[in-house]
Design a protein around this ligand. Sequence first.
Ligand code: ADP
Ligand code: MG
Length: 222
Amino acid sequence: MIQIESLRFQYPSGDFHLGIADFKVASGEKVAVIGPSGSGKTTMLNLIAGILIPETGDVTVDGIHVNALSDAKRRDFRITNVGFVFQDFELLDYLSVLDNILHPYRITGALRLTDEIRSRAIALAEGLGLGDKLNRNITQLSQGEKQRAAICRALMARPKVILADEATGNLDPRNKGHILDALFESVEAHGASLVAVTHDHDLLPRFDRVIDFQDFRAEVGA
Ligand code: ADP
Ligand code: MG
């Protein structure tokens, strides 16, 4: 479902290089990525999502060559197929919680905002304990509430790929469990592939596979 082959990437500035020889995540598979800060975990998620483009090599998601798409197609592809929970949430402060969750539906013709979608957004938010916060502005939420709003937005379109960048980072143990439950439910219900960067070692036994990014990169000679 996610496949990276012979990838090399470098930022235009700085000397960071990333090489990934071969990385596959099957449909329905839940992979945790651990590793030191600065090792390139977020960079890899951005490459899978088509936010960054490799210098050489290929990123394939659900049979689609992400790095071969035009900018506009890649953006539509991402909004429709990739649920990304960003490390710093990237919620829009001037919108309510509900409008943030529905935002992907307003920025691409590839998704249609219907009554059913609105009901789904409300149910998802209620499931993550945000039922009474739907009309609040993002600036009025706690860190944990922002995190849950970002997760609702990522799961709304039932994405084929779920990328979570330290999505349980700011939460207490019970809420960490709830967040993982929500991500895993979506994986199981829709056969998604999950790649979750995490520092929570106590959560690792719940994943199908754990990748230590430092070793992983060393293996491919990056
Ligand atoms: P991690 O998520 O594992 O902490 P990142 O993928 O964020 O690591 O970063 C990997 C390396 O790339 C770091 O050395 C970081 O400073 C560098 N880096 C990240 N973003 C950029 C950028 N836009 N331009 C140049 N270097 C960057
Ligand atoms: Mg990171």
